[in-house]
Design a protein around this ligand. Structure first.
Ligand code: SF4
Length: 507
């Protein structure tokens, strides 16, 4: 049976669909590779399934419905019996299979398919899912009146730690328009192509190309498919400002150094990558020293960890509100002394904004003008949010913002190493420039896993939440220790990266 995940994979690449459909095991990624969305060895993600939680929360909205229990035959029997409302339905037809959260029968005997999602708006992916649902239902011979989506209402604010009111949390929207004729034709074509690929005895002969990095989460088979390619493969060009990677590959320019540049000004990152390829591995702009000048040392190094739960867990927050729960600060005094402080908010239903802000202001030396090194604009945005939420602390928080130096911008504008493989994520950059940086031995190895881990602990406190997970005291203590260790490693990685850049400056 072909499901939406195979069809979606096939829209990116039929080889991916083949691998997904034939259940080829995904090679584990290296511990530091955060480029693709494979969960990797972190242990926290299975504890948090936002969509399952959201589905459970929506269930009271369909009280009295018959459950098909995820079984296609039972779904068909309930539909044939004229059941007015069916939850956990599965429809199969023509070798296709689709899960439908709710099927509602209209007065005229047609069906409304309801998809419960954990997003706040109708995304491209949801529109495709709606079209696939419609396609399968029609293939099964059902008359479909509409496809609806139950989404989270982004204006919903959880009033307190009490039960979430599903009538206020969810908003129901028609997505029939999104699954219009053109999209249906496109889905039908994707279904046909995916079906042919899966039926073939041979793997689709598809070479890695620009499409491998097209989807939001990349492709889980990227390492496998590109293992034989050189480090300066043209497909690894940084994609910022859209260099014509597809065009170059189509013209047969496999290595970065060979791409034609006459009469064309490349985006800065792509140009640096091309120069790194010509130099055999690395390019360092002569302007690096000037770019590093504001960063010290002496300097502080700051990193936040945050949760952003689909269903608000904290009183006074909305779906996907970003709430910091942990910060780590290293300090390099430029005399060889490195010190570290951090603060992890005890799990609670009150957002720890004041605690986070006050602790950070004290830790970063309010009277110090020393630079605070960060990696990306994420910390600046969290400080902005804290300043907005806590007007009495806005001034010192804005003073901290003014001291931030973004090492990501320094790297992006001045350095390229072929081991970045097109990514400027710290998980790609730090190990390339500072090989002593490792996340080995940590229970949590990336920010998403950290957020999920803390969310699972929060849910343990949130007894009223149907998806609640009670990790137990030992488990909880281990998770909290893992979180602190991970965040500290991130700021330590920044220290090591900064020192490596300073060495490059002198090279
Ligand atoms: S890495 Fe590229 S070629 Fe390989 S399966 Fe994924 S999208 Fe297809």
């Amino acid at each position: 049976m072909i499901g939406f995940s195979e069809v979606r994979a096939g829209q990116q690449c039929l080889l991916r669909a083949y691998k997904v459909g034939r259940d080829v095991p995904i090679a584990p990624l290296s511990a530091l590779d955060g480029r693709v969305g494979t969960p990797g060895p972190t242990s926290m993600r299975p504890e948090s399934d936002p969509l399952a939680d959201v589905r459970a929360l929506a269930r009271p909205l369909f009280a009295g419905a018959e459950s098909a229990q995820g079984d296609a035959a039972r779904t068909r029997a309930l539909m044939d019996a004229g059941c007015p409302r069916i939850v956990d339905a599965v429809v199969e037809a023509d070798g296709l299979r689709v899960r439908v959260d709710v099927l509602e029968r209209t007065a005229r005997g047609r069906w409304i398919a309801v998809l419960i999602r954990n997003g706040v708006r109708v995304s491209w992916s949801l529109a495709d899912r709606a079209a696939f649902t419609l396609h399968v239902l029609r293939a099964a011979g059902h008359h479909v009146a509409a496809v609806h989506a139950m989404l989270l209402d982004e204006t919903y604010e959880r009033p307190d730690a009490g039960p979430v009111d599903p009538h206020r949390l969810f908003v129901r929207r028609s997505v029939s328009f999104a699954a219009g004729r053109r999209r249906l034709l496109r889905i039908a074509a994707s279904v046909a192509a995916t079906r042919a690929a899966l039926a073939s005895p041979d793997r689709p002969a598809i070479a890695p190309g620009a499409h491998c990095r097209d989807s939001r989460d990349g492709c889980p088979f990227l390492d496998d498919c590109t293992a034989h390619l050189p480090a300066d493969w043209t497909g690894w060009f940084p994609r910022k400002d859209k260099p014509p990677i597809r065009e170059w590959l189509a013209q047969g320019f496999v290595r970065m150094a060979a791409v034609p540049v006459e009469g064309r000004q490349l985006p800065r990152g792509a140009e640096h990558a091309r120069l790194a390829s010509r130099a055999g591995g690395q390019y360092v702009a002569p302007t690096l020293a000037a770019a590093l000048a504001p960063a010290g040392p002496p300097a502080y190094y700051l990193d936040f960890e945050c949760v952003s739960p689909a269903v608000p867990l904290y009183a006074g927050t909305r779906p996907y509100a970003v709430v910091p729960f942990l910060w780590s600060v290293h300090h390099d005094d430029a005399a060889g002394n490195l010190t570290h402080v951090d603060d992890l908010a005890p799990p609670s239903t009150d957002p720890p904004l004041r605690r986070m802000a006050e602790g950070l202001i004290a830790a970063l030396g309010p009277s110090s003008g020393e630079p605070i090194v960060v990696y990306s604009s994420y910390e600046w945005e969290r400080l902005r949010d804290l300043a907005q939420a806590l007007p009495d602390l806005a001034e010192p928080l804005q003073a901290i913002q003014a001291r931030l130096v973004d090492l990501l911008e320094v790297v992006r504008e001045h350095v390229y190493d072929l081991r970045f493989r097109g990514s400027f994520s710290i998980k790609a950059v730090a190990p390339a420039l500072a090989p002593e940086v490792t996340y080995d031995g940590l229970g949590i190895r990336d920010g998403l896993a950290a957020a999920h881990a803390y969310e699972a602990v929060l849910r343990g406190l949130d007894r009223v939440h149907p998806g609640g997970v009670a990790p137990g005291p030992d488990r909880r203590a281990q998770v909290l220790a893992d979180l602190r260790a991970y965040c500290a490693r991130d700021t330590l990685a920044m220290v090591a990266l900064h020192r490596a850049l300073l060495r490059l400056r002198h090279a």
